[in-house]
Write a protein that binds this ligand. Structure first.
Ligand code: ASP
Length: 590
């Protein structure tokens, strides 16, 4: 037997019991005739004490232990004279009677403490040591709870967890596929799924009615800060449902997760159209933890002789409450430089300060009289002390810049309260997105998404603007400015699906070759259906107010898509390549 208690378990109630603990040496201290060891396992830390007077030899061997040695201790639970209120086991210590070294350890390359001295790269390479640290371990346990509560909630509603294959077929839509060469079918390749989309739809045709799967998805994209090439979705599909049924079911899931894990009651989710989100917040996933809607000012400010506004398609701005008097010229210059950075790319920034004493200060005072600006302020319900920041230019670009500026000012003005959650739905996304480079439409969500019934008639149009205005039965769940999930009602009619493929530039042969299995299934009684998928890693991060999904993945990849612990990806040896029938173009490729 290695242990009969864990290192997080013992309390005053266990006083004088003989116990057996196993774990890692967190630290050791020698104080005169005593040696103290902090023994750690997944459950906590317990102090072990060795007394020179009681057993000199035992105490001497304790002094030889290094950090991260794996040891076993027999001893008696004693009350501590100086208690540690910060530790659940802080009232007791174990008077050691026997010490067994189960395994020695090298000196770890960084400290196994809540605040480690190890940099990112080092901690990734030694991820097994990193996971011994509380902050990392706790996130992995948190994720387990989110997955568990998800399974409980969905199972209680008759959803069935069904596994779909990882070795599937490559399709050119969406992101780039990771591919796997087939040895038995040389020259042919499997693709790893970007999502189980077509399989879950086929499960609806198969009558499974309510499906879910906590499933790995693979996308070979250039890694942005918060992306991983493999990530986990809570993937769901339901038959015989309308959009409302899906929104209610999965609003319920999110409320359940927040309630059962964080004890937070999320209020009913607001619904916002995609068009309104863009108009009011300049983004399709607004952070609603603070207000500051974008004000559209084109009509008000155009044609008053200020050339920048006169030539602009859109003039819009945000009202920053209560900072007019305290916002210095230096602050204004800083935020102006911020909007001019290439990432935002605004030409400039105009301010109007409505000072507390009723006076007005503005960078465009030359073009607009004080009286005019006072009236504008009244119309916008500006109060003394408020400052208006204004951008101008082409519509799409400017409204997006205003959205970025809104978020940045929200951050700078500290308008976001920690621990607050604002969850809602964005609905009525456009069905199609025009791509200038390839001069064709792409599906904004994916090619299986149904148009809204009231826009179906527009599908036959040849007018690009009419096609752009078709709305989809698609929705995203947004929490605190992050898209945590998205889905749609699907097309379940073969003819409509073919028509949609055609709009997306597929010839009939191409559609047949790539999605013939789905079109075929639609000929055998496909029920109306729809679904959604959530990013599990992201849901965890948002729930804990973290910005990094990587922390919630036990073995994540770095920004170059590498796992530095196992040092992958790696070259194959010639024998493996030969078996697969793969000839590398040059040795450099290795
Ligand atoms: N398969 C979709 C995705 O991965 C989600 C869905 O439509 O259910 O985004």
């Amino acid at each position: 037997m290695y242990r009969n208690h864990t290192c997080g378990e013992l309390r005053i109630a266990h006083l004088n019991q003989e116990v057996l603990l196993s774990g890692w040496v967190q630290s050791s201290r020698n104080l005169g005739g005593m040696t103290f060891i902090d023994l750690r396992d997944r459950y906590g830390i317990t102090q072990i004490v060795f007394n020179m007077e009681d057993d000199e030899q035992l105490c001497m061997s304790a002094r030889k232990l290094g950090r991260e040695y794996v040891i076993q201790i027999n001893g008696i639970v004693k009350e501590r004279s100086s208690k540690n209120a910060n530790r659940p086991t802080g009232d007791i210590e174990i008077q050691a009677q026997k010490l067994t070294i189960l395994n020695a350890s090298q000196v770890p390359p960084f400290t196994i403490e809540d605040e480690s001295d190890g940099g990112d790269e080092l901690r990734m390479k030694y991820r097994y040591l990193d996971i011994r640290r509380n902050p990392v371990k706790e996130k992995i346990l948190f994720r387990h709870n989110v997955a568990l509560e998800t399974r409980k909630y969905l199972s209680s509603l008759d959803f069935t967890e069904i596994e779909t294959p990882y070795l599937i077929k490559s399709t050119p839509e969406g992101a780039r596929d990771f591919v796997v060469p087939s040895r038995m079918n040389q020259g042919q390749f499997y693709a790893l799924p970007q999502s189980p989309q077509t399989f879950k739809q086929i499960l609806m045709v198969a009558g499974m009615d309510r499906y879910f799967q906590i499933v790995r998805c693979f996308r070979d994209e250039d890694l942005r800060a918060d992306r991983q090439p493999e990530f986990t979705q809570i993937d769901c599909e339901m038959a015989f449902v309308e959009r409302e049924d899906i929104l209610n079911t999965f609003e319920g899931l999110m409320k359940h997760l927040f309630q059962s894990i964080l004890h937070v009651n999320l209020p009913d989710f607001q619904r916002m159209s995609y068009d309104d989100a863009l108009k009011d917040y300049g983004i399709d996933k607004p952070d609603l933890r603070f207000d500051m809607k974008i004000k559209h000012l084109t009509e008000d400010l155009k044609a008053h002789g200020f050339p920048v506004f006169d030539s602009a398609e859109l003039v819009c701005g945000i009202i920053c409450k209560g900072i007019a008097d305290s916002y210095s010229n230096k602050d204004i210059n800083e935020i102006t430089d911020w909007v001019k950075r290439p990432q935002i790319d605004a030409k400039g920034l105009v301010y109007i300060k409505y000072n507390l004493d009723g006076s007005i200060k503005s960078s465009v005072g030359k073009f607009y009289s004080d009286e005019f600006l006072q009236n504008l302020g009244k119309k916008l319900e500006v109060e003394p002390g408020d400052m208006l920041l204004i951008l101008a230019g082409g519509y799409d670009k400017t409204v997006k810049q205003a959205g970025e500026l809104r978020l940045e000012m929200g951050r700078r003005m500290k308008l976001i309260k920690e621990g607050e959650f604002k969850a809602f739905w964005v609905v009525d996304f456009p069905l199609l997105e025009w791509d200038e480079d390839s001069q064709r439409f792409f599906a904004m969500h994916h090619p299986f998404t149904s148009p809204l019934p009231q826009d179906l008639h527009k599908l036959n149009s040849t007018d690009r603007d009419v096609l752009k205005s078709i709305r989809a039965a698609a929705y995203d769940m947004v929490i605190n400015g992050a898209e945590v999930g998205g889905g749609s009602i699907r097309i379940h009619d073969r003819a409509l699906q073919s028509q949609n493929f055609k709009l997306l530039g597929f010839s009939e042969e191409e559609a047949e070759a790539q999605f013939g299995f789905l079109l075929g299934a639609f000929e055998y009684g496909a029920p109306p259906h729809g679904g959604i998928a959530f990013g599990l890693d992201r849901v965890c991060a948002i729930m804990q107010g973290s910005t990094s999904i990587r922390d919630y993945i036990a073995f994540p990849k770095n920004n170059q898509g590498r796992d530095t612990m196992i040092d992958g990806p790696s070259p194959l040896d010639q024998k493996q390549l030969d078996e697969l029938g793969i000839a590398l173009r040059s040795n450099e490729a290795k």
